[in-house]
Design a protein around this ligand. Structure first.
Ligand code: ADP
Ligand code: MG
Length: 681
């Protein structure tokens, strides 16, 4: 039995009370305790006086030059003050409320002081004083996040106890070949150095090793899952004739782009194989994913199955249903729409038709995969815009129905970094080419003072017969405020424009029937302007709209702005996106500038990731992002790629599943449960 898996009470010096406090922090085993890593280090290196800045927390060493003077004031307050020489500079030292320090030194002593530097007064306000030369070990002090009764110092002490008693038992999990070819520190040394760094250099090496390990384990898990899904979960073998598919493709109103042709082939190959398809289709807004979906649905039907298309909102469901009817109905296929507004007898009939196999393709929201919905023979599930789902949610979806093939579509170009972490368990197809002749949306960044000119511009476009969207400020976490903003902007616009111009208002508080009504009026040009919250973000298609105005654009993520911008430029006329923003920070300004400079969704998403970090990328809720203890997906990206390639090589090699040197990696996979209970060893 691995001793490190034992309860922390087995550590001498940790009693029940301490154990309980650690339990509160999620620490139960010895291993969990020694792998409870600091999130940062305080730097006690001696600093050069020439380099320090006002307000910095610094550690300096100097020789005491003047007798300390101690002043008491108030009840318990005191001030201890003296001067020290640091190199040839005479600076003032102040300690508040630590009168007992007075007797710790006298003139001529060498002292080390940590505190806050005041450049103007040439004073350091000390918090820690040491007499004599500073030791090596204390240069970097680990800071842990703690809870309840546990203090930072306390947990550092407990970890040191654990390391003393059990540190030697830390096993190497990485195979020798990797340790030596990447010159990695051993696991034991890395763990120790994380808590008690011998030096900055040691810490760097320790981190390098743990980052690699973390990524490798993660990638092994993802790829093992993928291998397992492919090989152990039989999918449908779709049998369709290539000729029928090609006929369907040539009946389309336009030739496919090369990229579309390529991804269609990738998808059809998966469908024809005995594996279950688990594929992500990425393509920028307007790159033509719908038609790719239609071809895949057509193929599943020709193979004797039914297909389902799942989308996040009802508006989108309706639009997709219409597009698919356009494309499929003329080939004698039966496309139906199921939303919450289909009720009563109509709903009952529809569900029966679905069960009897009369309906070939059903389009709807999430409700589609719930209990009451039964298919005759579901062969393919396509979801659109479901990138917010994590690995687990995707697995649940795949487990519904009798192993249908699954295709996930997303218009949020996912930076490679995230794609290989979040979607490492999937195959990925990318449409990286736009249909010919598409005009780029011209993007401008303006500030709020230019509102009247913007409104005049909107009017000009409306007079040409076009339409405009006005997107309202986004208040994170408060739908109520979002709605209020939309109402305010709506009221302002109604006052500004004459009654000849009709304006619609759309927000999340409307019922789905009301939303539908507003959307319908806008798409039929009964409304020339649509004021909206971000509910129009995904998928909405009104080709006659040529202006997209976004209020407080700095509040939105780049990818989100790009999605909103994608609502225009869908017809033949030049379209415009106007970002109203007064960003306060340099990053904010940079983001606005980037929007005006590129229309490339992938470039934007990569920038977004760099500027805002992975947590913000998909939005806070339901990000589905894996949490790494030490590694950082953005900064350690190179290591991530290396680890991914290594994992792929290992998983597909037979020695990985047999050799002794990989035994610990295999048992890691067993423990994670990704192999669905199939034990390896
Ligand atoms: P998205 O990828 O954003 O879902 P859509 O599928 O809605 O894009 O396609 C956007 C528009 O481009 C639609 O009007 C569609 O008919 C058109 N389209 C798709 N593929 C092509 C193509 N190969 N050539 C010309 N137009 C195309
Ligand atoms: Mg789409």
């Amino acid at each position: 039995m691995n001793k490190l898996k034992q309860n922390i009470t087995n550590i001498k010096g940790i009693g029940e009370e301490t154990a309980n406090a650690l339990n509160e922090m999620g620490i139960y085993t010895i291993e969990q305790l020694i792998e409870y890593f600091p999130y940062r280090y305080e730097d006690y290196r001696l600093r050069d006086m020439n380099e320090i800045k006002h307000g910095e927390r610094i550690t300096i060493e100097g020789k005491v030059h003047s007798e300390p003077s101690l002043t008491f004031y108030g009840k318990k307050k005191s001030r201890l003050q003296f001067r020290i020489f640091v190199n040839h500079l005479l600076i003032k030292v102040v300690f508040f409320n630590q009168p007992y320090l007075k007797k710790q030194f006298s003139i001529g002593d060498v002292v080390t002081i940590t505190g806050k530097w005041d450049q103007h007064r040439q004073t350091i306000t000390g918090s820690i004083l040491k007499t004599g030369q500073i030791g090596h070990q204390q240069e970097l002090r680990p800071i842990y996040s703690v809870k309840g009764n546990v203090t930072v110092k306390g947990i550092a002490r407990l970890i040191a106890l654990a390391l003393n008693q059990f540190g030697e038992l830390i096993l190497e999990i990485l195979p020798e070949e990797m340790i030596s070819s990447y010159k990695l520190m051993s696991r034991k040394d890395a763990v120790k150095n994380f808590h008690i760094p011998k030096s900055r250099e040691h810490l760097k090496h320790a981190r390098r090793r743990m980052v690699y390990e973390e990524f490798l384990l993660f990638q092994l898990k993802m790829q093992a899952m993928r291998k397992f899904e492919r090989e152990h979960r039989g999918g449908n073998i779709h049998t369709f004739s290539e000729e029928t598919i090609n006929q369907f493709i040539s009946s389309l109103p336009f030739p496919l782009t090369n990229a579309q042709t390529r991804v269609v082939q990738e998808i059809l190959d998966d469908m024809a194989s005995p594996y279950r398809m688990n594929r992500l289709l990425q393509g920028d807004v307007g790159s033509g994913k719908t038609v790719v979906a239609a071809i895949a649905l057509f193929a599943t039907i020709k193979a004797g199955n039914q297909g389902a298309l799942m989308v996040p909102t009802e508006i989108l469901a309706e639009q997709h249903a219409l597009s698919l009817m356009d494309l499929l109905a003329s080939h004698g296929l039966n496309v139906a729409l199921l939303t919450s507004s289909v009720k009563g007898k109509k709903r009952k009939d529809l569900l029966k038709q679905l069960q009897d196999g009369v309906i070939d393709v059903i389009v709807g929201t999430h409700a589609l995969i719930q209990d009451e919905v039964n298919f005759n023979k579901l062969g393919l599930v396509i979801t659109d815009e479901q990138h917010r789902f994590g690995v687990e949610q995707r697995r649940i979806l795949r487990e519904k129905g009798e192993s249908p093939d699954v295709l996930f579509m997303t218009a949020t170009p996912i930076p490679r970094t995230l794609a290989i972490t979040v979607f490492g368990d999937m195959d990925v197809s990318v449409i990286d080419e736009m249909p010919a002749g598409r005009k780029l949306v011209k993007t401008y960044w303006v500030n709020h003072t230019m509102l009247e000119r913007i409104l005049a511009f909107i009017l000009k476009e409306i007079n040409k017969g076009h339409q405009a969207y006005v997107i309202c400020p986004l208040i994170e976490e408060s739908e109520k405020l979002d709605v209020q903003n939309a109402i305010d902007v709506y009221t302002m616009l109604v006052q500004f424009f004459s009654s000849k111009i009709k304006i619609g208002l759309m927000h999340g508080r409307l019922s789905s029937g009301e939303k539908e009504e507003v959307m319908k009026k806008f798409s039929e040009n009964d409304y020339q302007i649509l004021v909206s919250t971000t509910v129009v973000e995904v998928g909405v298609n009104v080709p006659n709209a040529t202006v997209m105005v976004i209020y407080d654009a700095e509040r939105f993520g780049l990818s989100q702005l790009h999605q909103l911008r994608g609502r225009v430029g869908r017809g033949n006329d030049q379209s415009y996106c106007i970002l109203i923003a007064d960003p306060k920070t340099d990053v904010g300004k940079e983001r606005m500038t980037i929007m005006t400079e590129t229309n490339d969704g992938f470039e934007l998403s990569q920038k977004d990731l760099e500027l805002r970090g992975p947590g913000d990328f998909f939005g806070k809720k339901q990000s589905g992002l894996p949490e790494f203890k030490i590694a950082d997906m953005v900064h350690d990206f190179k290591t991530l790629e290396v680890a991914r390639n290594d994992a792929a090589r290992l998983i597909s090699s037979s020695s990985f599943w047999q050799d002794e040197q990989y035994r610990l990696l295999r048992s890691y996979l067993n423990e994670t449960g990704v192999l669905n209970g199939e034990k390896l060893d």
